[in-house]
Design a protein around this ligand. Structure first.
Ligand SMILES: [Mn+2]
Length: 359
């Protein structure tokens, strides 16, 4: 072998020996080293872990010093079609192990920005009672909010967002970004339920949890569109799926920033906002929706908004063949966790890393 070829090969061999703790991005190397020192389970094979938590965050109920609580809201009443949303938090926990902990586009690490925990599921005192379950969620989120912790909830039916927003908007109604096939602002009851997943944001407006003038709904389409007059009447910005196609992604993102402004904002992602081809495992699947990449890039476009909470809802593991829907929702959930972490650091001006207890 010629000397120059030999030198080239030696160089490549040296590259191949580079460890993760000596990563070309020093902060990523530091993170790998810290995780090794703390025996954090973030890089262990998922099947080796006994305890499944959201994105492998430590399980923790104590809110003291916490920045973000990931929690399950396994509500399974008040929705009209497929059931089984009560199984979604655990399905998401399992699927989330294949996503994160490093954002692949921005190279940021939520666990290096914020103290994040899996808070567990909220206990429902009467899980078949819609009103009581909404009350239980409201009380749990008030406690989390009073402790100055950001809630990142996994539903459950979309009905869960109403008590969450009612709790977060107690001081002042907040802004809302809502990705969904359905605007969920129907008037009257649905199948006898006033608190239904078809009236979430009407109820959130009436309870002064959200400001309709700082609300934007994206992806709206389908057979139920004639139910949503309240959205238009109350001043919400409704971007239908047809509008989305005509405007294009950059214009939609610009419009969202314009409507939301600098104030606090909540993000709710109904899995049926995504096209049923990409995400069939949902309560009321709708065709002609956002693609998986469109919804990811849309969420990335919300970077910089003061995000004070979020949820992902309406995943139905019982109709999620091969777990593809849970996989997509948990990947999108990691994008949201990244936004929540960045917004938290921007708001507090403080870095507060997640640490894993040694067992
Ligand atoms: Mn919905």
């Amino acid at each position: 072998m010629a000397k120059s070829e030999e030198e080239k090969l030696m160089k490549l061999k040296a590259f191949a020996e580079r460890t993760l703790e000596n990563h070309r991005h020093p902060h990523i190397g530091e993170f790998f080293k810290r995780c090794a020192d703390e025996e954090a389970p973030v890089f262990d094979p998922s099947y080796m872990l006994t305890e499944k938590t959201f994105y492998r965050a430590p399980r923790r109920r104590d809110l003291n010093g916490l920045d973000i609580a990931c929690l399950g809201l396994p509500m399974d009443v008040s929705a009209p079609y497929h059931g089984g949303q009560k199984f979604a938090p655990d399905a998401l926990r399992e699927a989330s192990h294949n996503h994160g902990p490093i954002h692949d586009r921005w190279n940021v690490i939520p666990f290096d920005m914020c103290n994040i925990a899996d808070y567990g599921n909220v206990d429902f005192s009467r899980p078949h009672d819609t009103e009581q379950t909404v009350e239980d969620i409201y009380n749990a989120i008030c406690e989390i909010d009073d402790a100055d912790v950001v809630p990142f909830s996994v539903g459950g039916v979309h009905t869960v967002s109403h008590p969450v927003l009612k709790a977060l908007g107690r001081k002042e109604p907040i802004g809302l970004i809502h990705i969904d096939a359905h605007a969920d602002t129907m008037t009257g009851d649905m199948q006898g339920e006033d608190l239904s997943d078809g009236a979430v944001f009407r109820n959130a407006v009436l309870d002064q949890g959200i400001d309709p003038n700082r609300t934007v709904q994206i992806g709206i389409r389908g057979f139920a569109t004639h139910y949503w007059d309240f959205s238009h009447d109350s001043g919400m910005r409704v971007i239908t799926m047809d509008d989305f196609d005509e405007m294009g992604l950059p214009a939609v993102i610009a419009e969202v920033h314009k409507v939301i402004g600098d104030g606090p904002c909540y993000l709710t992602l109904d899995s049926d906002g995504i096209d049923a081809t990409y995400l069939p495992g949902t309560q009321l699947p709708e065709p002609f929706g956002l693609t998986s990449r469109e919804v990811r890039n849309l969420i990335r476009g919300f970077r910089g908004i003061d995000m004070v909470g979020a949820d992902i809802v309406e995943l139905c593991p019982l109709v999620d063949v091969r777990g593809t829907s849970a996989n997509l929702m948990s990947a999108l959930g990691f994008e949201i966790l990244t936004l929540l972490s960045e917004a938290r650091v921007k708001r507090t001006g403080t870095i507060n890393k997640t640490h894993w207890p040694k067992y």
